[in-house]
Design a protein around this ligand. Structure first.
Ligand SMILES: [Zn+2]
Ligand SMILES: [Zn+2]
Length: 346
């Protein structure tokens, strides 16, 4: 079968690999769509001695059940499913507490990330993927291509939003920075599930036009005047919650500059911006600010995202590529030529 393989620094190729054998607790999924994420670009840029070299990429995967392991119940050949982002054990203390995005079994403290398809386990940018049945959720009649990115591009903002949901009351102001793959879903989730006033930022005028049409109350350029604009819009108080889906230095600085006292910041984007904490009264951070380095989401967040998509309340803006054009898709994402989410279709 075809499999998009990380072969060396900043290089992917389509290799011919055997169709995976399945264990008794696994199903063979015929891939319907595999989303392409900025973290795929980050992973393949991690050098020539990265342990992930040789692996098949793809952590946003939907498909149709092709074959069942001997012990699998509750799934039938032909069922349509979404693969969980994090291949959590379901049994450890974190999993049982609903924090399966921090599963201690698949996330040793020193690891790059929890075990995921395409990140330590063979991914879904291929014709087939073997998956433990308990890592699948049904998607009903959702389109397989549109469903695939829900596994990360909707799940991750959903999780970040759910961690601060109680702050997003009708009189709250939320700032969301970056309207790419995750950010355009965050905007829709905020609009569909909170009553907060939404200020959306990006550097791309097309993405700002998209935001205005998809629930932003105000869409403004992410530039040097953005902080003063947001403060002016909030009586000088600042925003209740700031989501940073970019994570470069200017956006990290912007988040800190506009969060209100007692507000919250969720850093999601992996742009290598940095943030130093000063434990003193000279700190530029207002008192009471809550900050989280949000990662992925749990199974409950995933079901929440799938339910909103099935109800037609959120939808991924898909740019479809044939699996054979994977190298082009990586190049297009790397150079900012994708509006929404690229999805590879076998
Ligand atoms: Zn991702
Ligand atoms: Zn676990």
């Amino acid at each position: 079968m075809r499999a998009v393989t990380y072969v060396k620094n900043n290089t992917v190729e389509i290799h011919d690999k055997p169709v995976p054998e399945i264990a008794p607790d696994e199903v063979l999924l015929k891939v319907g769509g595999a989303g392409l994420c900025h973290s795929d670009i980050a992973i393949i840029g991690m050098g020539d001695d990265n342990p992930l070299i040789g692996g098949t990429l793809g952590h946003e995967v939907s498909g149709t059940v092709e074959k069942l392991g001997a012990d699998v119940q509750n799934w039938q050949v032909g069922d349509r499913a979404l693969v969980a982002l994090i291949l959590a054990c379901g049994q450890c203390r974190e999993c049982l507490a609903g924090r399966d995005n921090q599963c201690e079994t698949v996330y040793p403290r020193e690891a790059l990330a929890p075990l995921s398809p395409g990140i330590g386990s063979p991914g879904g940018m291929a014709d087939y993927i073997a998956v433990k049945s308990h890592h699948l959720d049904p998607i009903g009649d959702l389109d397989l291509v549109a469903a695939a990115p829900l596994a990360d591009a909707a799940l991750t903002p959903m999780h970040a939003i759910n961690t601060v949901r109680d702050r997003m009351t009708g009189d709250a102001t939320v700032v969301t920075i970056g309207l790419g793959g995750l950010g355009h879903m965050a905007l829709q989730i905020l609009a569909a599930t909170t009553g907060a006033r939404i200020i959306a930022l990006d550097t791309d005028p097309e993405k700002l036009a998209y935001a205005e049409a998809h629930g932003a109350d105000l869409a403004i350029p992410s530039d040097g005047s953005a902080a003063s604009r947001i403060l002016a819009e909030t009586r000088g108080v600042g925003a209740d919650v700031v989501f940073d889906f970019v994570g470069v230095q200017p956006t990290v600085d912007l988040a800190r500059a506009v969060v209100r006292g007692g507000g919250a910041i969720r850093f999601v984007g992996l742009g290598e911006g940095s943030f130093s904490y000063v434990a003193g009264s000279s700190s530029p951070l207002p008192w009471g600010v809550n900050i989280e380095r949000a990662y992925g989401g749990n199974r409950s967040d995933m079901r929440h995202a799938v339910a909103l998509a099935r109800a037609g309340k959120i939808g991924v803006e898909v740019v479809e590529y044939s699996l054979d054009d994977a190298v082009q898709a990586f190049d297009d994402l790397h150079h900012g030529r994708i509006q929404g989410r690229a999805v590879l279709v076998p």
